[in-house]
Design a binder for this molecule. Structure first.
Ligand code: SF4
Length: 290
């Protein structure tokens, strides 16, 4: 169900230096996410989104808040969106909140970084190109090259093929693009063939960078949801995870070294970075690498 809410803030300052995406602010226009990925960390109790698998909340006053707050910000640092919910989840097609927020960001000359699993982002290519005069980057999350499996793990997200097609379109327009290769699920997607196929598709689609995480994070009700859903797809996996990881939060894949080696070798050959080039507001015009 889609529900409208009013919010007090739309931008949060990123407190510690963000070594992955170089963000200064995070922006959430929605609460909850219609893609319903089985592993989504936003279900964790600490975020307090009790309706995650039932409702998506639309922050109807978010764009007005953004209009008020951006001109007051001293540091023109990168605004990131897409870590707690997908800014291009299905409801965005009808509501257009992300598009309106990008218009405000473009008018105020702020840099932006979007994480998404949706090809709907292509709709806003004109704005991302405009924002790109300062800096814009779109990172697509890809966890498996197997479309059937993706349909089970990420049931309402666009296909992997659609994500890569969108990446190509954006990269051809000069927008920075790359992949968050995460989570890589132990015993499920942690095989070299999967990683090699994703890397191949990424290279063919113009990915500049790949940010991997060979494992998954699991805690409280999010763990219970994940194990319940994964058991439907892979009978016996619930027990295997519990035996192997117990209550661990970080659940790494055992072949992380092997997969990392493959990643480094392929990315080296195909000139793909393993760090993201991001915008430094204190050195305008420069892209930094951590
Ligand atoms: S797209 Fe991202 S935020 Fe949305 S459900 Fe999937 S993992 Fe969670």
């Amino acid at each position: 169900m889609i529900r409208e809410i009013q919010t007090r803030t739309v931008l949060n300052r990123v407190g510690v230096p963000d070594s992955w995406f170089g963000l200064h602010y995070s922006m959430n226009l929605y609460r909850g996410c219609g893609h319903r990925c089985v592993y989504c960390d936003s279900r964790s109790e600490c975020y307090g989104i009790d309706c995650f698998d039932r409702d998506v909340l639309v922050k109807t006053n978010a764009v007005d808040l953004l209009k008020n707050s951006l001109p007051r910000l001293r540091i023109k640092g990168t605004i990131g969106t897409g870590s707690m919910n997908d800014p291009y989840q299905p409801v965005e097609k009808r509501i257009g909140l992300t598009r309106r927020a990008l218009e405000v960001i473009a008018e105020n000359h702020f840099p932006v970084h979007v994480i998404t699993k949706s090809d709907l982002v292509v709709r806003d290519m004109d704005l991302l190109e405009r924002i790109g005069r300062v800096y814009s980057a779109v990172t697509f999350t890809v966890t498996t090259a197997d479309e059937t499996l993706a349909g089970k793990l990420e049931p309402f997200a666009p296909s992997v093929t659609a994500r890569f097609k969108a990446m190509r379109q954006l990269s051809e327009r000069g927008i920075h693009t790359g992949i968050t290769l995460m989570p890589i699920l132990p015993f499920i997607t942690d095989n070299p063939a999967n990683i090699l196929t994703i890397l191949d598709m990424a290279a063919e689609s113009g990915a500049e960078y790949i940010i991997p995480f060979f494992g998954v994070t699991l805690r409280d009700r999010q763990r219970e949801h994940f194990l319940r859903e994964i058991e439907k797809v892979f009978p016996g996996m619930n027990r295997k995870y519990r035996e192997h990881f117990g209550n661990m939060y970080h659940c790494p894949v055992s072949k992380a070294g092997l997969l990392e080696g493959i990643l480094r070798e392929v990315c080296g050959k195909r000139s793909i970075l393993l760090e993201m080039p991001f915008y430094d507001p204190f050195d305008t015009g420069q892209l930094n690498l951590f």
